[in-house]
Design a protein around this ligand. Structure first.
Ligand SMILES: Cc1cc2nc3c(=O)[nH]c(=O)nc-3n(C[C@H](O)[C@H](O)[C@H](O)COP(=O)(O)O)c2cc1C
Ligand SMILES: Nc1ncnc2c1ncn2[C@@H]1O[C@H](COP(=O)(O)OP(=O)(O)O)[C@@H](O)[C@H]1O
Ligand SMILES: [Mg+2]
Length: 209
């Protein structure tokens, strides 16, 4: 169970991702248990977790942050200038594990895509009423590429659904603050002066065959 201790506002070193990060994962978006939107009001794009233990033994169960891109052949992202047919990199927060609150018996990888960091955060503290998490038009079956850039916390069980939702709200804020640091922002925005390794990772992220 989660303790009442206040949470750190950022996770991972300021200097940028340290090994094993960035970790590359990709797969088609599949159906989950249908609880994300319905029970929690937090949609999560699930990708297959079948070969995770074999391919990524370093990924322990827990909550992570990173960046994602969706295949523009099947998903056109809406921007302020209209819809775009090139892939867009967006910030994300994800859980890898058994969702102890729901006692799942199989491991899942569930990604919540957040709005661009240039937009106001819908999950910032102190907003009136119930938190409204980011919601995009559905993109089941679309190929999703994900670069995991850091670890936030282990998975917990909770006394209530509200407590789980509040912790995920804070995860979104921790992910956002973590990604706003220069050494992480470069994965989201091409500033023209990124290192060769970052540029290689971004190229992978944006490649869909
Ligand atoms: C950032 C994030 C953190 C999460 N943390 C936990 C957690 O600590 N414990 C837990 O039981 N589930 C956690 N979840 C998983 C939610 O319970 C899960 O997204 C929900 O059950 C929806 O599942 P579905 O996609 O199968 O419908 C987390 C999900 C996200 C996106
Ligand atoms: N911000 C978002 N992040 C992730 N998925 C989203 C988002 N907005 C809409 N979706 C859509 O919602 C679906 C996930 O909803 P969810 O209730 O978790 O269902 P499931 O249990 O099938 O994963 C995703 O597969 C995607 O098509
Ligand atoms: Mg889901």
């Amino acid at each position: 169970m989660r303790s009442d201790k206040p949470r750190d506002p950022v996770a991972g070193p300021d200097a940028g991702p340290e090994p094993p990060y960035p970790v590359r994962l990709s797969g088609p978006v599949i159906k989950g248990f249908g609880r994300g939107s319905k029970d929690l009001g937090i949609p999560t794009a699930n990708i297959p977790a079948d070969d995770l233990s074999e391919k990524h033994p370093e990924l322990t169960t827990g909550v992570y942050y990173g960046v994602v891109a969706l295949d523009p052949k099947t998903y056109q992202h809406e921007t302020s200038e209209g819809s775009t047919s090139t892939a867009v990199v967006l910030p994300a927060v994800l859980s890898i594990g058994y969702n102890p609150f729901y006692k799942n018996t199989v491991r899942s990888v569930e990604i919540h895509i957040m709005p661009a960091l240039t937009e106001p955060s819908p999950t910032a503290a102190g907003q009136e009423g119930q938190t409204k998490f980011n919601r995009l038009p559905d993109f089941y079956k679309t190929k999703l590429n994900l670069l995991i850039l850091g670890y936030i916390r282990p998975e917990f069980d909770y006394v209530s659904l509200e407590a789980l939702v509040e912790d995920i709200r804070v995860d979104c804020e921790v992910a956002r603050e973590s990604l706003l640091r220069e050494a992480y922002k470069c994965y989201l925005v091409d500033s023209g002066k990124m290192s060769g390794k970052v540029s290689e990772d971004r190229e992978w992220l944006l490649s869909f065959d």
